[in-house]
Design a protein around this ligand. Sequence first.
Ligand code: RIB
Length: 298
Amino acid sequence: MTRIVVVGSINMDLVTQAPRFVGPGETILGERFLTVPGGKGANQAVAAARLGAEVALVGATGDDAFGQQLRQGLAAENIDLTHTIQLDDCASGTASITVAGGENQIIVVPAANARVTPAQVEQAQALITRADAVLVQMEIPLETVEATLRLGHRLGVPVILNPAPAQKLPIEWLQLARYVTPNQHELAILLGADPDEDFHALMQRSPGPVVLTRGAEGAWYREQGEPIHQHGFNVAVVDSTGAGDTFNAALAVFLREGLSIAVRKACAAAALSVGKLGAQAGMPTLHEVEALLAQQPG
Ligand code: RIB
């Protein structure tokens, strides 16, 4: 069985579906409100588990009601929480999300996620050593992201760095990752470049291997210096929240099959994930991914 370790955030998502986004000072009536589990780390862990991997999550929740619900949800997905700490007198992370027309706007309050430490990553070394891949994102302290990249590199375990939410990082960190998986906007921020610069030029300037996500258009990566495009899959979009997380999880789970197969399966998994409201609601099983690939080959 493929073994994945995720180092990352755990949030409760407070999701409002609305006819459109609001402007400053404006009030409108929404259509629906949901409280559902999220957080980039937890989402990637759940997506990897549904795809059949054995998954452990290094993270933190608070000692509040959200924390309890979040832990129960993750345990029900068979995710190993040995290295997910529960902090006293601390709130769990939250994300206030507005969904309108299939797009989203998100404000994250990290709370407990801001206290995920490099020491926790070191303590998970035995698990990381045995892992096929490690996933890390940027809703936890940067020093913990760095510790994950360095440990994975030292142990020879591939680390996929999903640089979201993006900020400029030392070039060396990008070289420690096996793959960096930004969208165009995130890649520009990572490199300190103009966000309107052509994404091919940005990819070429990146010091490490990039798998660039393009939403409904699929993904781009480079093999032997040549840019390769994996097209997106044709699906109806309800909520794109968590699509990037599903992509990253699938990339990690299928990486052993080679980059081009992994990217293709990751695009299919991400497409399936957007069909339901809530980050984790639409995350597919392996069987569902295979069915979509059979239905829309190429
Ligand atoms: O990537 C989607 C996630 O970003 C949401 O679940 C939310 O919690 C934020 O972390």
